[in-house]
Design a protein around this ligand. Structure first.
Ligand code: FES
Length: 166
């Protein structure tokens, strides 16, 4: 697996924070790989395990336990919509419907809305995922687009918001 030099430097720096047990660097390394490649591939799991002197299952179990890790690529612009109670009551479903219309993503894999793994638009530009509470329950519905946080999102503003990411 080809690892860019910059990523290698970040990996070594992350591992240096755990001189007693390299295993503790597993999560930081997974975050670095997802940031770099967009998801966690089998190759990445094997590479990380080898680097840390672990079995591949030790890394795979983290990837499958924590919902923030993806096993499939997301879109270039990844949208997370909170589906937990406060946001659901504040209109998260309407928001998801508007996002679906605006991105051309149709919920083919899941009956209850966009879930894990994320649904990706045909052009690969957008993906949508329903997630649990994003810790802003008083200002729903809440969504994140990449690292940008949006609160009290009115569905009619979706086109305008998404135009910033095209
Ligand atoms: S319920 Fe949506 S942010 Fe907490």
């Amino acid at each position: 697996m080809q690892i860019p030099t910059e990523l290698l430097a970040k990996i070594d720096e992350a591992i240096s924070h755990y001189p007693v047990s390299k295993r503790s660097a597993s999560l930081p390394l997974l975050h670095l790989f997802q940031e770099q490649f967009g998801y966690i591939s089998d190759e990445s799991i094997a590479w990380i395990a080898d680097k840390l002197g672990l079995e591949q299952i030790n890394i795979l179990e983290l990837v499958t336990f924590y919902p923030m890790f993806r096993r499939e690529p997301a879109g270039k612009v990844h949208i997370r919509v909170c589906r937990t109670l406060s946001c659901a009551l504040a209109g998260a479903d309407d928001l998801k419907t508007k996002l679906s219309e605006a991105t051309g993503i149709h919920c083919s894999k899941h009956h209850e809305g966009f879930s894990h793994p994320p649904e990706v638009s045909p052009d690969g530009q957008f993906s949508i995922e329903s997630v649990e509470c994003l810790a802003s329950c008083g200002s729903g519905p809440v969504m994140m687009i990449n690292d940008d946080f949006y609160e009290a999102v009115a569905p009619e503003t979706i086109q305008e918001i998404l135009s910033k990411y095209k």
